[in-house]
Design a protein around this ligand. Structure first.
Ligand code: C5P
Length: 229
C-alpha cells in the first residue's frame, strides 16, 4: 500500500507558511491543512459567544464542539456549517487566536482533530507545533522563517489585500507580540525541532522556496514516488 506522507511546516507569523503549503499541496496532490485557521475559528466562536478568553473550561468545550471543515485548497473554512473564511482573517482574530491557542485543553482538542484529518490522506500541514507535537514522526519537517521586517511587510500586504490598511510599525508590533506569546507559552511553544530543516525565506522567491522544499521531500521519501495522495 502506498505510504501516507506528512509534510510539517512550522514557523512564526508572516514567514510565508500558508502560501508555500498551499502550493506544495496542490503540486503533490496532498491535503493542505492550515491549523492556524482552526485556532482562529475557535477564537471567533468564543468572541461571538461572549466567552472570556481566560475561561479555560468554556474554551475547552467550544474547541471540542467546534465542527471545523477546511476545503477548496484551504481557502474555505467552515465553522459549524457557516462559512467563516473571511471572518477569521479580520485583524483582531490573530491576537485572539494566539490567546486561545495558549490554553492547553484547547490545543489537545484541536490536535486530535488535526491528526484525524491526516488519517486517510498525505498532508501538508502548517502551524507552530506540527513537527514537535502533532506529528513528531512526520517524514518532512521544515521550520520556515524570515526577518522581522520582511514578515511585517508580508502581513501588511496581506491585510491590505483584504481591505484592512495598517501602518507597518503597528503590524510589526502585533507580530512581535504574537510571536513572543507563541514562543513563550508552556504548552506546545513555537520551537524549531532538531530534525527540522531551517529555511530562511527572506531573500528567496516563492519558486525558490518551493524548489528547496520539494528537494527535501524527494530526499526524505525515496524520491517521492511511493506516497498516497
Ligand atoms: O497561522 P496563523 O497566523 O493563522 O495562526 C494564528 C495563531 O494561532 C498563531 O499566532 C498561534 O498563536 C496559533 N497557532 C498555534 N498552533 C498552530 C497554529 C496556530 O498555536 N499549530
Amino acid at each position: 500500500m502506498a505510504k501516507k506522507i506528512v509534510v510539517a511546516i512550522d514557523g512564526p507569523a508572516g514567514a510565508g507558511k500558508s502560501t508555500i503549503a498551499r502550493r506544495l499541496a496542490l503540486k503533490l496532490g496532498f491535503l493542505y491543512i492550515d491549523t492556524g485557521a482552526m485556532y482562529r475559528a475557535v477564537a471567533l466562536w468564543a468572541l461571538r459567544a461572549g466567552v472570556d478568553l481566560a475561561d479555560i473550561h468554556r474554551l475547552e468545550q467550544l474547541a471540542h464542539a467546534a465542527d471545523i471543515r477546511l476545503s477548496d485548497g484551504g481557502r474555505r473554512v467552515e465553522l459549524n456549517g457557516e462559512d467563516v473564511s473571511a471572518a477569521i482573517r479580520e485583524p483582531d482574530m490573530a491576537q485572539a487566536a494566539s490567546k486561545v491557542s495558549a490554553v492547553a485543553p484547547v490545543r489537545r482538542a484541536l490536535v486530535e482533530k488535526q491528526r484525524a484529518m491526516a488519517d486517510t490522506h498525505s498532508v501538508v500541514m502548517e502551524g507552530r507545533d506540527i513537527g514537535s507535537v502533532v506529528f513528531p514522526d512526520a517524514e518532512v519537517k521544515i521550520f520556515l522563517d524570515a526577518s522581522e521586517e520582511i514578515r511585517a511587510r508580508r502581513r501588511l500586504q496581506d491585510l491590505a489585500e483584504k481591505g484592512y490598511p495598517a501602518a507597518v510599525e503597528e503590524v510589526a508590533r502585533e507580530i512581535r507580540e504574537r510571536d513572543q506569546r507563541d514562543r513563550g507559552r508552556a504548552e506546545a511553544p513555537l520551537v524549531q525541532c532538531p530534525d527540522a530543516a531551517y529555511l530562511d525565506s527572506s531573500g528567496l522567491t516563492i519558486d525558490q522556496v518551493e524548489q528547496a522544499i520539494l528537494k527535501l521531500i524527494r530526499d526524505r521519501t525515496s524520491n517521492g514516488k511511493d506516497f498516497a495522495r
